[in-house]
Design a protein around this ligand. Structure first.
Ligand SMILES: C[S@@+](CC[C@H](N)C(=O)[O-])C[C@H]1O[C@@H](n2cnc3c(N)ncnc32)[C@H](O)[C@@H]1O
Length: 212
């Protein structure tokens, strides 16, 4: 779907990067922050769950969860290159019939999607300016839980993001990274009826699991 977010993210998340990520994933398994989401979701003890993965990238979350916890998944992504690579991997794993891939800005199409048991956003809010619209739509689509990772509000991330955005501007690249206020994200999810039940932290990333 040709939306502004898709144009920006198509440019930012290229096929070359997606190929490198899938190679690393095949060799080493999911990234550390992704493992935190996987552990959090597995702690819910679900079986045959329906998963909605927003901005799933190469699809590590559904590749993993379709092995035990999930029955089916929908992967919505603004990057066509990442979707292509995720689709190829799903096919290799024999999951292609169980994953629906949608190329779109999630906030544009959320209203047309059915609800899922669990909605995931792994390193997605930091790529999107309107975290309120994104999280509200994600919360509205979740029957039971929302699990997400986002950058921690630390001095070194703040500096890192200012520097990263400075170079983006210099290169006239419209893609920006965003350090959204964690307490505002939490307040919004609380208003949507979700409570934080676990938090885990790495040097850069924080993972939070919210349950209804
Ligand atoms: C940093 S990557 C993370 C990919 C994957 N979740 C991971 O952790 O490896 C961010 C992803 O979110 C997608 N994305 C960002 N904003 C989006 C939106 N509004 N709707 C759908 N996808 C979005 C991008 O296209 C990209 O694939």
């Amino acid at each position: 779907m040709p939306c502004n977010c898709c144009e920006v993210t198509d440019h930012a998340f290229t096929e070359a990067e997606a190929r490198l990520e899938i190679k690393n994933y095949r060799k080493r398994g999911p990234a550390r922050q992704t493992k935190l989401i996987l552990e959090a979701i597995r702690s819910l003890g679900l079986k045959d769950a329906v998963l909605l993965d927003v901005g799933g990238g190469i699809g590590a979350l559904h590749h993993e969860l379709l092995e035990d916890v999930a029955r089916e998944a929908t992967h919505v992504d603004a990057s066509s290159a990442y979707l292509k690579v995720a689709k190829e991997e799903a096919k290799q794993r024999g999951h292609n019939e169980r994953v629906k891939f949608i190329h779109a800005d999630f906030t544009d199409i959320a209203a047309d999607l059915p609800k899922a048991d669990v909605v995931t956003l792994d390193r997605v809010v930091c790529c999107y300016p309107d975290f309120r619209g994104l999280l509200k739509a994600a919360a509205e689509k979740s029957h039971q839980a929302v699990a997400l990772t986002y950058p921690r509000e630390t001095w070194y991330i703040r500096i890192g993001f200012v520097v990263a955005n400075f170079f983006q501007r210099l290169q006239r690249d419209p893609f920006r990274v965003f350090l959204h206020p964690v307490h505002e994200m939490e307040a919004l999810l609380n208003d949507e009826g979700l409570q934080k039940v676990s938090v885990r932290r790495l040097f850069v990333w924080e993972m939070a699991l919210y349950e209804r």
